[in-house]
Ligand binder design. Structure first.
Ligand code: HEM
Ligand code: SF4
Ligand code: SF4
Length: 522
């Protein structure tokens, strides 16, 4: 990661960690922005369906039907209207934060280009859905938005007849055109749903539901806001006059005031360039991953790598080498981000195997298992004291080099999920170290999405390959911390080493004085 990105990331993480303290990492909304986007989408969809039941899509009746909902049926349809409005606003907020966050966290290069590029049309669709929503109420704001939008569209040579002509007079606005506007407001969100589905299509176990408590909290907040500050219309549209002042929704309509000062073409150019720049971002310089490779001689077709890969890059196929096993793993290099989580899942990735045979069924060419074992052994062989620790950490968390020392060896992995539990077993039960310290990104915010979760489950015995019972748990520590957590990491490591020294003192054989030994024997 570049120095700029590391600094930016540290800043963001520091700000977000304040939310950790309030919400706990599990409920921190910043770790759930994509899932919250889905959640707000569903609120918008359900409230929209309810509103449609009472909405009259005729040009002269639309305003009246919305007024009925807002003032007569205020306790149900009125609240639904406000929920529809505020959840749409919330969708824009989480979408923008999600975009900025994925950029700062550097989650757009390599195979991740797909989610990023599909995210770009999502922005257009969200705004198209929201802006068209303001038309259908047919109040003064709707009039302003409809006329400004159609004039803006007319600045492009798209339509034979300028569509702004529909709004010259009440008599020129046909019911058919108004129904078309309502249809657009229903069709665009449906297309958006489809594109959102494609957006997460490549993600295994994509987070599309926020934790229940967070969802209930967000919904409660929106309902309270709907009662305290209900969404209302701004007086009926009247094409005979130009509305002097309208209140704008700054989440969706922030560009509209610029249309007064700049030409429509200039605004399209600006948006076009911004869109192209967004499309191009994943291909700006960044580290290109070298995909995992399968070694059929060591693959028994157990499927664990395919199940654990967070990016859907491994699929199982019929055996191609004539072996007795039925399946083999196949990696799609276009999808693989080289996180190594599949290596940590593979039953053959064990350092207990003979040196000559140490090759896993699936390996990262840039960090083969044999090299990882050699590095572990060579760095640990000269450690001093009875609190010797090897720290395995991921390259996306805190800077590990700062904690290396005479008793501490550090080894950086692409993701902590790459480390099979047998490595922890090997280092401790073969007495290469007194303790193993595993660290990675902040709890709930793993860069590779699932590495920390799978690691915890493997250590707890809830997921294959699990850590064997014989390994003393007191000699293992896990600590999840972000790029800004160097000091916290050092503190936690120091505490772990203190525990190891105490363990050593407690486990040291008690030397019984000779004369006492004799009297006992008596
Ligand atoms: C309605 C708007 C959006 C929703 C609901 C949404 C939702 C999601 C979800 C649920 C994920 C998977 C998260 C996970 O399981 O870890 C995701 C990933 C992602 N999103 Fe979005 N997204 C939206 C808009 C965008 C936009 C506008 C961009 C950027 C242009 C974007 C970029 C990404 C990227 C790069 C990832 C992949 C991250 C990774 O591979 O770890 N998203 N999104
Ligand atoms: S390294 Fe393995 S787990 Fe990670 S993306 Fe590639 S195949 Fe999937
Ligand atoms: S986890 Fe290892 S043995 Fe199992 S299918 Fe994947 S590569 Fe083959």
């Amino acid at each position: 990661m570049s120095r700029f990105k590391r600094l930016a990331r540290a800043g963001v993480e520091r700000a977000e960690s304040l939310f950790d303290a309030v919400f706990t990492p599990d409920w921190n909304p910043f770790y759930q922005l994509g899932a919250l986007g889905w959640f707000f989408y569903w609120i918008v969809a359900v409230s929209g369906i309810y509103l449609y039941a009472f909405f009259d899509s005729g040009v002269t009746q639309a305003y009246e039907s919305v007024e009925y909902m807002t003032h007569v049926q205020w306790y149900a349809a009125g609240v639904m209207r406000s929920l529809h409005r505020y959840a749409s606003d919330a969708l824009v907020v989480v979408m923008v934060l999600h975009l900025v966050r994925e950029y700062i966290m550097d989650r757009l290069h390599g195979p991740r280009w797909f989610a990023w590029v599909i995210g770009v049309p999502i922005i257009w669709l969200v705004f198209a859905a929201g802006i068209s929503g303001y038309w259908v109420v047919w109040d003064k704001l709707a009039q302003y938005v409809a006329i400004a939008t159609s004039q803006w569209l007319d600045s492009l040579p798209l339509f034979g007849e300028p569509i702004a002509r529909n709004f010259i007079h009440d008599s020129t606005l046909s019911g058919r055109f108004f129904t078309l506007m309502v249809f657009i407001h229903i069709a665009v969100p449906l297309i958006l749903l489809f594109v959102m589905w494609i957006h997460i299509h490549r993600h295994a176990h994509a987070k599309v539901n926020p934790p229940r408590g967070l969802a209930i909290g967000m919904l409660t907040g929106l309902v309270v806001l709907s009662f305290v500050h209900p969404a209302v219309s701004q007086g009926p549209a009247n094409l005979e006059s130009v509305p002097a002042v309208v209140g704008l929704d700054w989440f969706y309509l922030f560009l509209y005031p610029f249309l007064d000062d700049y030409s429509g073409i200039a605004m399209w150019l600006l948006l076009g360039v911004a869109t192209l720049l967004l499309f191009a971002l994943p291909w700006l310089p960044g580290k290109r991953p070298v995909a995992a490779v399968v070694d059929l001689e060591n693959c028994n077709g157990c499927e664990r790598c395919a199940v654990d890969c967070p990016h859907g890059a491994v699929r199982m196929a019929a055996r191609s080498d004539g072996s007795a096993y039925l399946q083999e793993a196949v990696v799609d290099p276009a999808l693989c981000v080289a996180c190594g989580i599949c290596v940590g899942a593979c039953p053959t990735a064990t350092p207990f195997r003979r040196r000559s045979a140490l090759k896993a069924g699936i390996e990262l060419p840039e960090l083969p298992l044999l090299a990882l074992r050699e590095q572990s052994l060579s760095l640990c062989q000269n450690l001093e004291g009875n609190d010797r620790v090897v720290v395995y950490g991921c390259g996306h968390g805190a800077d590990l080099s700062a904690v290396a020392g005479a008793s501490v060896a550090v080894i950086e992995l692409p993701c902590i999920g790459m480390l099979a539990p047998s490595f922890v077993d090997f280092m401790i039960t073969r007495h290469h170290v007194d303790g193993v310290f595993l660290t990675g990104c902040r709890a709930g915010d793993c860069y590779e999405r699932l590495g920390a979760r799978w690691t915890e489950q493997r250590l707890a015995g809830d997921r294959d390959p699990y850590l064997r019972q014989r390994v003393p748990r007191k000699r293992i520590a896990t600590f999840w911390v972000g790029a800004d957590g160097g000091a916290a990491l050092a503190e936690e490591l120091a505490a772990f080493r203190t525990r190891l020294r105490e363990l050593h003192a407690a486990e040291a054989p008690v030397v019984v004085p000779r004369h006492e030994a004799v009297s006992h024997a008596d």
